[in-house]
Design a protein around this ligand. Structure first.
Ligand code: GDP
Ligand code: MG
Length: 654
């Protein structure tokens, strides 16, 4: 059964966790005796894994291996004379440099070495992050992270041990001056019995391991040493130690990252929170953060959006000629779906920044700040989290109401969420502000988002008055410590959500746009996308309703009708009906004024949740509420659009 037997030494600094690790590896199978000739305890344990018998030996803790103390001599002798089949070097990660020094010594012993980064919990608490992957890359052997006292990482260690035969063995740390290297080589050649390895030759030079049996070398060694010292103009042992430390520092610089300790983090979090969640400053800070969010959505996203725009225009100009297929590709595919896709960069940035806010811990602060305000309105502050998530997409936001404890909060929040301006509305805003509000783009979009919040909260407040009366419980919320958000995580999360958006554009939005294109091409003989087409007739029948809101073109009516399926479709519809970007801009420019553009954006924001959101509302809180949600939003959206337009006109803006 047992194919081979391997002796593995467990080495390391005192208190690095050797015994704990040894116990984890061996369980109860250990023998305790003494090291030969001394009273120092010797622990041995046997374990059989597969067809290999492992014999672990817990050797005394040492800082070096120059045999200057009894413990060091035992450890040293065991490693150099008994030559185990491998050495586990247990390192206290919280004191990396000192522990790693020992590793550099053992690493030169010509034995398979398995470095273990123990005490990783302590290190983390002190804000010390070890990059085991970089260490592994530098040394070409796996570094295993463990918490020996809890048995964590031990199975990873087993995996390495079971394949210990595959480990790269001798290291030559590139650290000593060339002349030291040449003397090392000379020693190894001339005295191969006492200096069979580079490590031992180095030890002899270092002056530490001249034991009785190599006493006869003293003279030769002394000569070599003084020769070297003369040329180096320094003490040899100092040079060697110094070079090792330099090496340790350079490795630490690459592989050890110092972050804030838990206590420092808590202290800093408190300090930031005194400002960010301050009774008076918290609200303004939230508004500022939101404004900054949209500023960046434009500042960073627009150049990319422009590229995409030019790309689609270029594509459209390639598609020449008449014919039904050409028309479909040009009007339907490129103009319709393309009109939505040009805004992908802005949408990606929005998702990215929301993820950053979430990851940094700020989003929970926003809910906390909102609590006071929400409370005054009879809502739970925790409701604010689903609402803020609604900025990304209303669907997961409605699902998030499940996290609220009581029925009333769940219902009110689910009914409030659809007014939060989701990313599907963003293309509509982007399209219109790009034409009518070029100078104040981010401010206008920011205002629409704030308007969304105000409507959401107001709707919840009124509904509470009508349907529920009981008082709200105060918000007890544990605010997580801030931490530097991970760009990678945020980018990945934004990538996933953007991919979802793209998929939606490629399937659902594309399908809807296709239907609009078909309806715009029928009946045969009618001019494409004219008032005489089927779609034109549908739009014209509905359009007069919107006259009081300032937009009564049949195209706008069609856009709103189909926008019920998904709000991106509003943009897609305009694309299909008006053609590519340039045509689209000039058509909208003549059909809308800045004022009616504003009322149209308000309408888009409020007038109805998309069909998928309605389905989720129905699933989460029931059919009657979903019907109510639709009824309220249609009424409110229309009323607000009319209000914006009429008030604007009275003020002389239209
Ligand atoms: P040795 O001197 O190297 O044999 O170290 P021990 O195994 O005796 O461990 C020293 C102390 O550190 C003991 O109290 C262990 O419980 C504790 N310890 C060992 N490993 C860990 C670890 O990974 N994390 C923490 N927090 N404590 C550990
Ligand atoms: Mg011990």
């Amino acid at each position: 059964m047992i194919n081979k037997s391997l002796v593995i030494a467990v080495a390391g600094n005192p208190n690095s966790g050797k015994t704990s690790l040894f116990n984890q590896l061996t369980g109860a199978n250990l023998k305790v005796g003494n090291w030969p000739g001394v009273t120092v305890e010797k622990k041995k344990g046997e374990v059989i894994r597969g067809d290999i018998q492992f014999i672990f030996v817990d050797i005394p803790g040492t800082y070096g291996i120059s045999a200057r103390s009894e413990d060091e001599r035992i450890a040293m002798d065991f490693l150099t004379k008994e030559r185990p089949d491998g050495v586990i070097v247990v390192l206290d990660s919280a004191n990396f440099n000192r522990n790693f020094y020992l590793f550099t010594l053992i690493a030169e012993m010509d034995l398979p070495v398995v470095p273990v980064l123990n005490m990783s919990d302590m290190a983390e608490r002190r804000g010390i992050m070890l990059h085991e992957d970089r260490l592994s890359a530098i040394f070409g052997i796996p570094f295993v992270k463990t918490i020996a006292s809890k048995g964590k990482g031990v199975s990873d260690l087993w995996e390495v041990l079971e394949n210990i035969g595959d480990l790269k063995k001798p290291f030559r740390l590139p650290i000593y001056p060339e002349m030291v290297e040449s003397v090392i080589e000379r020693l190894m050649n001339q005295f191969s019995k006492v200096a069979p390895s580079r490590f031992q030759a180095l030890g002899i030079l270092d002056g530490g391991i001249l034991t009785p049996e190599n006493e006869h070398l003293r003279k030769t060694v002394t000569v070599l040493q003084s020769e070297l010292e003369e040329r180096l103009e320094a003490e040899l042992d100092e040079v060697i130690a110094e070079k090792r430390y330099e090496f340790v520092y350079s490795v630490a610089k690459e592989c050890v990252e110092r972050r804030m300790s838990t206590e420092q983090k808590v202290a800093l979090t408190d300090r930031i929170d005194r400002f960010v969640t301050n009774r008076y400053l918290g609200g303004p800070f939230f508004l500022f953060a939101m404004w900054l969010l949209f500023y960046l959505v434009f500042a960073v996203g627009n150049p990319f959006a422009d590229w995409m725009d030019r790309g689609f225009s270029g594509l459209a100009s390639l598609v020449q000629g008449q014919g039904i297929l050409t028309s479909f590709v040009r009007e339907g595919l490129i103009s319709g779906v393309g009109a939505v896709l040009v805004f992908v960069p802005n949408i990606f940035i929005l998702f990215f920044l929301i993820a950053i806010m979430e990851d940094s811990g700020y989003l929970s602060r926003a809910a906390f700040v909102a609590d006071r305000f929400m409370h005054a309105l009879g809502l739970h502050g925790k409701s604010f989290i689903p609402m803020l998530l609604g900025f990304g997409c209303n669907i997961p936001a409605v699902m998030a109401v499940r996290t609220l404890e009581n029925e009333k909060d769940r219902v009110l929040t689910a009914l409030a969420v659809p007014y939060m301006s989701c990313s599907a509305r963003l293309p509509v805003y982007l399209l219109f502000v790009g034409i009518f509000f070029t100078r104040y783009q981010s401010f206008v979009v920011f205002s629409l988002y704030i308007l969304g919040i105000i409507i959401a909260v107001a709707v919840a407040k009124v509904l509470r008055k009508v349907f529920f009366t009981k008082a709200v419980s105060p918000l007890v919320m544990e605010l997580p410590a801030y931490h530097v958000p991970s760009i990678k995580t945020a980018a990945r999360s934004a990538g996933i959500r953007t991919a979802f958006f793209l998929k939606k554009a490629g399937t659902f939005i594309f399908g809807t746009v296709l239907i609009i294109w078909v309806l715009a091409s029928l009946p045969i003989g009618a001019e494409y996308a004219s008032a005489g087409s089927v779609i034109g007739k549908i739009g014209s029948a509905v359009a007069p309703i919107f006259h009081p809101a300032g937009f009564d073109s049949w195209q706008a009516a069609v856009a709103l009708i189909f926008g019920f399926l998904a709000k991106e479709v509003v943009v897609g519809t305009f694309g299909v009906l008006y053609g590519g970007q340039t045509a689209l801009s000039s058509a909208l420019g003549s059909q809308f004024s800045a004022l009616s553009a504003m009322s149209f954006m308000v309408m888009t924001l409020v007038y109805i949740p998309c069909v998928a959101t309605i389905a989720v509302i129905r699933r989460e809180i029931g059919t009657q509420w979903a019907v109510l949600s639709v009824g309220i939003s249609i009424t409110l959206g229309y009323a607000l659009a009319v209000l914006v337009f009429q008030v604007g006109r009275l003020l002389g803006m239209g």
